[in-house]
Ligand binder design. Structure first.
Ligand code: ADP
Ligand code: 5GP
Length: 221
C-alpha cells in the first residue's frame, strides 16, 4: 500500500515508524531511559552509532556503539554512509544511514540517542517522522553527582561534560517535548505517554482509511 507522509513524499509501505530522538546533557539519564524503553517495548530498536570515543568498561562494541578510529569515521562520512554526524565533547559520533533507513522502510520504530546537533540534522531530513524529547536534570548539582556516580569517565572528561552541559541545555527549545528526570519512574512514564500519543496521531495510522470505510459500510438494525 502506498501512503503519503505529511511532507508529501510517497512511501511504498503501510506504516512509517517513529524516529524517536532522545537528547540530554551528559549524565541526565538519557541512556538509562533509552535502555528501559528498549527492554520493555519490542517495537523499538536502537540506532547504533559509530564513534571515535574510547569504549567504556561497561560498553560492548556493536551493541552500545561501533567503536572506530578517526580515519574510518572520515571514510564513512565522505562516502555518505552517515545520516548525521557531529563532534561532541571532543569525539566524533555518527548515525549509520543504512540501518536507520531500513528500519523506517520496514515501518519499525527507531530510537536515536544523539546530541542537539544531530537532532537538528535529522529534523531537516525527516521532519514528519521525528519525535524529539530533551531530558533535563533536576539541578546542576544532581547532574554532577550522577556523572561522578556513573564513575566511567575520568575527572577531566567529567569536567568537560559539565562545562558543555550549559550549552546543551540552552537547546531545549529545539525539541518537541521536555522531560525533567528527577524521579526515574516518573520520567520514564512521561516518555511512554509521549510515545503512546504520537503513535495515535492520525497520520501514523494509515489503516484508519480502511477501518472507517468498514465502519461506515456497516448496517445496524
Ligand atoms: P546519560 O546517558 O544522559 O549520559 P545515564 O543514563 O548514563 O546518563 O545516567 C547517568 C547516571 O545517573 C547513571 O549512573 C544512572 O544510573 C543515573 N541516573 C539516571 N537517572 C537517574 C535518576 N532519575 N535518579 C538518580 N540517578 C539516575
Ligand atoms: P557518550 O559519549 O556519553 O556516549 O555520548 C556523548 C554525546 O554524544 C551524547 O549527547 C550522545 O547523545 C551523543 N551521541 C551519541 N551518538 C551520536 C550520534 O550518532 N550522533 C550525534 N550527533 N550525537 C551522538
Amino acid at each position: 500500500m502506498t501512503s503519503v507522509s505529511a511532507s508529501g513524499q510517497n512511501y511504498a509501505i503501510a506504516r512509517r515508524g517513529i524516529m524517536l530522538v532522545l537528547s540530554s546533557p551528559s549524565g541526565a539519564g538519557k541512556s538509562t531511559i533509552a535502555r528501559t524503553l528498549l527492554e520493555s517495548d519490542p517495537r523499538f530498536s536502537l540506532s547504533v552509532s559509530v564513534t571515535t570515543r574510547k569504549r567504556r568498561a561497561s560498553e560492548i562494541d556493536g551493541v552500545h556503539y561501533r567503536f572506530i578510529d578517526r580515519s574510518e569515521f572520515e571514510h564513512l562520512r565522505s562516502a555518505g554512509a552517515l545520516l548525521e554526524w557531529a563532534e561532541v565533547h571532543g569525539n566524533f559520533y555518527g548515525t549509520p544511514r543504512a540501518a536507520a533507513e531500513k528500519a523506517m522502510r520496514d515501518g519499525r520504530d527507531m530510537l536515536f540517542d544523539i546530541d542537539y546537533q544531530g537532532a537538528l540534522q535529522l529534523q531537516k531530513q525527516a521532519k514528519a517522522d521525528i519525535v524529539s524529547i530533551f531530558i533535563l536534570p533536576p539541578s546542576m548539582a544532581e547532574l554532577k553527582t550522577r556523572l561522578l556516580r556513573r564513575a566511567e569517565d575520568s575527572g577531566e572528561t567529567i569536567a568537560v561534560r559539565l562545562k558543555n552541559a550549559k550549552v546543551e541545555i540552552e537547546r531545549w527549545r529545539d525539541y518537541d517535548y521536555v522531560v525533567v528526570n528527577d524521579d526515574l519512574n516518573h520520567a520514564y512514564s512521561a516518555v511512554q505517554a509521549i510515545i503512546t500519543a504520537e503513535r495515535l496521531r492520525r497520520d501514523r495510522q494509515p489503516g484508519l482509511f480502511d477501518f472507517t470505510e468498514q465502519l461506515l459500510g456497516e448496517e445496524v438494525a
